[in-house]
Design a protein around this ligand. Structure first.
Ligand code: FAD
Length: 396
């Protein structure tokens, strides 16, 4: 928009900020930096997902909650994204016998939203591009960079290599961050990474007679103690079901018949919806073998910055297990926190970055711990009388 261009032009800044990674956090972060008038260059390893026919990657949909919405509001995108999401007011617990019970997320009127990951990423990239001082560079995979000079080396798919310099490098390149590799070479950098024994697999529940096959405004959960399945609604009236289970259990199931037996035993109410033999939904026995189960990693580190040169944000700084539904939301909140520091310390990066680390590390580590705790809570306690009792107390 015109006012936005004027806003950016009225704050001329020669500082080049390189945002490495054009995923959810990188694309949003580009908007935050652009609003401050920096020359923003986003470098994304993949092709432009807005042009790609299929988007590879993690979960198809995500739960967007308050923290994430606040960050979207800052860049004027909240309403648009919320209008494309599906409110989930409560969890819907499916017992092994098919009995349903709901547990609200909060007070009346409160909800989280199921949003499409690829769509959200596309909207964020398109928003970032509306700023005249922002440029998106796809097919740029960071290989190496220097903390001394700020020089980055990118590999292109045609085999060429490009060198680019920036005053500030913002690592938003996800759980296996290439930016973070430089941190690992330095003294007094704390780092830990843990793979949990569980993997996840996504299955699609098609619409039934043109409508959602289950009640749409819920996050459906089938807690089964050592494993669980969840389902989030999509705008096209499908549900994306995610089965979380130890890898060794996934590996025990090797034939279509074994898949069906497993579902009959543990998720019988879903069979007519995703696996009825002969029905259009008879996709279960095929889908199960389409992709292997995916791993889940938790990464904690500190500090998040190197001098006034570089800062890690989003999963690059704190990959969490997905059971608390807060990974992206926390990454979005990172953007607000850094922006507040920029405001308070007048964009003096030598103060802003250490302050960001000081404030943000304890909060992000707390989210990582809560997510790990909910890893057990969701598949086990959500099932128990004790949990339901406690929830009832919460609601009094
Ligand atoms: P990413 O989304 O991983 O993006 C990183 C980007 O960097 C990618 O585009 C990648 O291509 C690019 N990149 C990587 N390496 C390079 C390189 N060397 N050079 C250039 N670019 C590079 N969070 C929630 O808040 N709610 C949920 O309900 C939720 N559900 C989840 C369910 C599952 C199964 C999983 C696995 C995660 C879930 N999360 C959820 C977490 C969420 O997916 C992440 O926290 C979020 O994607 C982090 O965004 P990011 O931009 O930091 O990283």
């Amino acid at each position: 928009s015109v006012s936005r261009m004027e806003e950016a032009a009225s704050k001329p800044s020669s500082k080049v900020v390189a945002v490495v990674g054009g995923g959810l956090v990188g694309a949003l972060n580009a908007c935050f930096f652009a609003r401050r008038g920096f020359q923003v260059q986003v470098f994304e390893a993949r092709e432009d997902i807005r042009r790609a026919r299929t988007v590879k990657g993690r979960s198809i949909n995500l739960a967007l909650s308050h923290r994430g919405r606040q960050a979207l509001k800052h860049v004027g995108l909240e309403e648009k994204i919320v209008s494309q999401g599906i409110p989930m007011h409560a969890r819907m617990i499916h017992s092994p016998s098919g009995k349903l019970s709901s547990i609200p997320y909060g007070r009346k009127g409160q909800y989280i939203l199921s949003v499409d990951r690829a769509n959200l990423n596309r909207e964020l990239l398109t928003e970032a591009e509306t700023y005249p001082n922002t440029q998106l560079n796809f097919d740029h995979k960071l290989q190496d960079w220097s903390a001394e000079t700020g020089l980055m080396t990118f590999a292109r798919s045609d085999g060429s290599v490009q060198e680019i310099q920036a005053q500030l490098i913002v690592g938003c390149d996800g759980a296996f961050s290439a930016v973070r590799k430089q941190f690992l070479r330095r003294s007094r950098f704390n780092y830990s990474q843990t793979y949990i024994p569980h993997g996840y697999m996504e299955l699609t529940m098609p619409p039934a007679d043109g409508e959602f096959a289950m009640k749409p405004n819920y996050l459906h959960i089938w807690p089964r103690n050592t494993f669980m399945m969840i389902a989030l609604p999509n705008l096209d009236k499908t549900f994306t079901c995610t089965l979380f289970m130890p890898f060794e259990e996934f590996e025990k199931i090797t034939t279509g018949e074994e898949v069906m037996a497993f579902f009959h035993k543990h998720f019988p109410d879903t069979i007519p919806l995703i696996g009825a033999p002969g029905s259009p939904a008879d996709a279960l026995r095929r889908d199960y073998f389409r992709l292997p189960a995916q791993a889940m990693v938790s990464v904690k580190c500190s500090p998040y910055h190197i001098g006034d040169k570089c800062v890690l944000m989003g999963d690059a700084a704190h990959a969490v297990v997905p059971f608390y539904g807060q990974g992206m939301n926390a990454g979005f909140e990172d953007c607000i926190v850094l922006d507040e520091m920029m405001e308070r310390f007048e964009e003096d990066l030598s103060v802003v970055l250490p302050e960001y680390t000081r404030v943000r590390v304890p909060d992000d580590h707390a989210i990582a711990d809560l997510a790990m705790y909910n890893y057990i809570e969701m598949r086990a306690h959500v099932n128990s009388r004790w949990f339901l009792f406690r929830k009832r107390l919460d609601n009094l």
